[in-house]
Design a protein. Structure first.
Length: 198
């Protein structure tokens, strides 16, 4: 029987970016299939966008991100970051790739790296197309798919799934009846994959 982990994340979450490669690696090593769900911060469940946090907490959040990014070998542009448009539409491109049986993991990696390590404005359609093309996809076709009903339906269903399951921030992993929030919970998720359920 195939083991499945539900992966709830946001392209616009730096924590999702930092923890993405270790998570994919752990899942592959344990023969676990990843089922992606993409959405944005679930404020109804207590999620808070970083821009809405008190400055003291936001300052610590940035320092912690830098520590984890260094530990994970990821470069993050957080200081003097240019004003960028909403990265959420990039999620629709990833959903389209997933629904079409394409390498959604590779596309996710390319889009997140462009946004967080290169500060590219992936909210802009032409930027997303160029990133997808460079990663070996048909960017124009994926962009066109964003407006299709099945893509929009999954986008809405993913948020409903997050809300129903008590998700508020990213990344969140649902596995075997347990919920793990944050890339720093990957060691616990890995133990669970190996049979050590908490």
């Amino acid at each position: 029987m195939t083991k499945i982990v539900e992966y709830l994340f946001s392209i616009g979450s730096p924590w999702s970016y930092i923890g993405f490669d270790p998570f994919v690696e752990i899942a592959a090593e344990n023969g676990v299939e990843i089922r992606p769900y993409l959405t944005t911060v679930v404020e109804e469940n207590g999620g808070i966008f970083s821009r809405n946090r008190p400055e003291v907490r936001r300052s610590y959040w940035i320092r912690d991100l830098k520590r984890w990014a260094r530990l994970r070998g990821k470069e993050l542009i957080l200081d003097n970051r240019p004003e960028l448009s909403d990265p959420a539409p990039a999620s629709l491109m990833v959903i389209a790739a997933y629904l079409d049986g394409k390498d959604w993991i590779g596309l996710t990696r390319a889009l997140q790296e462009a946004f967080w390590s290169q500060a590219k404005d992936i909210g802009q359609p032409h930027v997303r197309v160029a990133i997808a093309d460079a990663a070996g996809f048909d960017g124009t076709a994926l962009l066109q798919r964003q407006a299709d009903e099945d893509v929009r339906e999954k986008w809405a269903a993913d948020r409903a799934h997050a809300l129903k399951n008590g998700v508020f921030g990213f990344p969140t992993f649902l596995y075997g009846g347990e919920i793990y929030w944050g890339q720093d919970n990957l060691p616990f998720l890995e133990r669970h994959f190996a049979g050590d359920k908490p």
